[in-house]
Design a protein around this ligand. Sequence first.
Ligand code: ADP
Length: 246
Amino acid sequence: MVESSSSCAIETINLNMTYRSGKVDVPALQNVNVSVERGEFVAVVGPSGCGKSTLLHLLGGLMQPTGGSVILDGIDISKLTDSERTAIRRKKIGYVFQRFNLLPTLSAKGNIELAKKIQGNGYLSPNGVDQILDMLGLANKINFRPAELSGGEQQRVAIARAVINRPAIILADEPTGSLDSRNSRIVLQVLRDLNEKLSQTIVMITHDPEAASTANRVIEMKDGQIIDAPSVLYCEPDFENSVGNP
Ligand code: ADP
């Protein structure tokens, strides 16, 4: 497995995805070239069916592209076996879903500790879970189960779970899609804080203009292609941190 270092958290090169539906080919992504620098907060917007979820799934290694490459934190994940991809995904990606996906029988703290057990990397101190819960304004809810929390609180627990192992990148799929406007704002502020205070790289799909305006950069998609991706298109090699640099 070749690991290189660059200023990119994630990058796609001529990425293509064509689904096979019966006898019909459905082209979902066509030659998508996009780069996200470390520490960026990027929103991906576009009409339903334009390929946003497909792009997010490919960025997160949840499926293999039919063409092109995805370079995640210096590793070309499109060339890996399923088990290698799963291992990299656990280590380097944190997911936030529209519907939270918390385990109902575990408390807020239990949900987060489980994620830490599955892929702990030792970055956080033993009190790390408490610190993250505190930062997300959940310190007084640590023993509550998901059913005892509001939607906004559940989403904050899900975000804490995603960030607990300090992944290279958080992929958020419509994180405010199930929330009212007040809770949406709180969740967006939490994402903003993680990006600003912990330099957490975030890629977020959204159809909500207010959510998109929280990001530093907006990538617009249409018909399986990027139609507007201002600023960063190519990342510079990170010479200071390159392997073999004296
Ligand atoms: P978005 O997230 O922007 O709504 P998607 O990535 O879900 O778009 O879908 C892009 C295109 O791919 C759409 O035409 C959709 O119908 C098609 N598509 C998505 N998933 C599948 C699948 N599993 N099988 C066949 N076609 C699919």
